[in-house]
Write a protein that binds this ligand. Structure first.
Ligand SMILES: NC(=O)c1ccc[n+]([C@@H]2O[C@H](COP(=O)([O-])OP(=O)(O)OC[C@H]3O[C@@H](n4cnc5c(N)ncnc54)[C@H](OP(=O)(O)O)[C@@H]3O)[C@@H](O)[C@H]2O)c1
Length: 327
């Protein structure tokens, strides 16, 4: 019997950027007993997708080629393995696929249910697909690393700085920090000042102005936590006495600074953050979107047939919110 084929976009080795992506017809995957088959409705890009292709995470992600990239997707379940318990055919879901295997730049994907959550009708496929890596990273930075309680019951109002607040992670971080009743200062480019204000930031700085580059709060605040989504800015930007910088793009120097600060009993801290995704947190974020308390800003939507445009757009580094690909 001939296999049913699907359209997918894959690459055959490290490097190559957008032109390394190839459009192929491959067999629709067959789900194992503990897996579902998803008909994909939307996928979102994250910088990690092209960093993996570049080989930047090679020691962490030893890839098998060819690889269909992308982890963050929305889809409808069209087949379930016999050991799948929580989901059934017809369910609409949001999931972060396993980054070792990817699978999101395709019409179908087979996956286990570990990081899969229900997507209610009030949340569009694109809004849901934006959430996994960017939303969970923002959530982990705001709650676990900065210690902010999202129901606003935490300690006295704290001063938070979010850098690159117009980006995938930053735009969620601003909104989540505001749910925690904090005062948010944010940085972004001039074209996005109004957007970032509309997401709830109390004061917004253009990162290309001298005050923006120095991360000076217009009202003279010292930051209790900096959710640092941009790269290449000073380590201790106007921190309060016990302030911390949460670095979501930590290099080797961030880890050594972190150790040094701990060994010298410094009250100011540097926290290198690596995402540890949890389904319960993804479910929480989807519910916030449903309730209108969290918004996925969509930079652009691209058909699967033009996936290389989305890839180039992400590498360019100027996305406002999330870049979406639709099969
Ligand atoms: N540690 C982890 O587990 C983890 C998880 C997720 C993401 N990350 C990393 O975090 C970084 C951010 O991810 P992302 O998805 O938010 O990226 P993104 O969506 O590609 O960010 C693009 C945005 O950043 C803005 N920007 C760039 N440089 C800036 C600066 N110096 N100051 C203010 N804004 C600036 C750009 O504004 P303009 O267009 O105006 O320049 C653009 O709107 C990436 O390096 C990513 O790999 C790490």
């Amino acid at each position: 019997m001939s296999e049913k084929l699907m359209h997918a976009v894959q690459y055959d080795g490290y490097g190559g950027g957008p032109s390394g992506l190839k459009h192929v017809e491959v067999p629709i995957p067959t789900p194992k007993k503990n897996e579902v088959l998803l008909k994909l409705e939307a996928a979102s890009l994250n910088p990690v997708d092209w960093k993996i292709q570049k080989g930047q995470l090679r020691p962490l992600f030893p890839l098998k080629f060819p690889l269909i990239p992308l982890t963050d997707v929305s889809g409808e379940i069209v087949e379930v393995g016999e050991r799948v318990k929580k989901f059934k055919v017809g369910d609409k879901v949001v999931i972060m696929l396993n980054p070792f295997y990817g699978g999101g730049l395709a019409e179908f994907a087979a996956t286990n249910e570990r990081l899969m959550v229900a997507r209610p009708p009030e949340v569009s496929a694109a809004e849901g697909a934006g959430l996994p890596i960017a939303g969970l990273t923002a959530h982990q930075a705001v709650t676990q690393a900065a210690g902010i309680k999202l129901d606003g019951t935490g300690q006295k109002q704290r001063n938070i700085l979010v850098t690159a607040a117009s980006g995938g992670v930053g735009h969620y971080a601003v909104q989540l920090a505001k749910l925690g009743n904090t005062h948010v200062t944010a940085t972004c480019g001039a074209r996005n000042l109004e957007l970032v204000r509309s997401l709830g930031a109390d004061e917004v700085l253009d990162y290309k102005t001298p005050d923006g580059a120095a991360l000076n709060s217009p009202s003279g605040r010292k930051y209790d936590a900096v959710i640092h989504c941009a790269t290449g800015i000073p380590f201790e930007p106007n921190l309060s006495a016990r302030g911390k910088v949460i670095d979501i793009t930590p290099g080797p120097s961030a880890f050594s600074t972190c150790v040094l600060k701990t060994l010298t009993f410094s009250k100011k801290k540097l926290v290198p953050l690596m995402l540890y995704p949890k389904a319960e947190n993804l479910d929480y974020l989807v519910k916030l979107v449903k309730e209108g308390k969290l918004k996925t800003v969509i930079d652009s939507k691209h058909p699967l047939s033009k996936a290389e445009d989305a890839w180039a757009n992400s590498i360019d580094g100027h996305a406002t919110g999330k870049i979406i690909v639709e099969p």
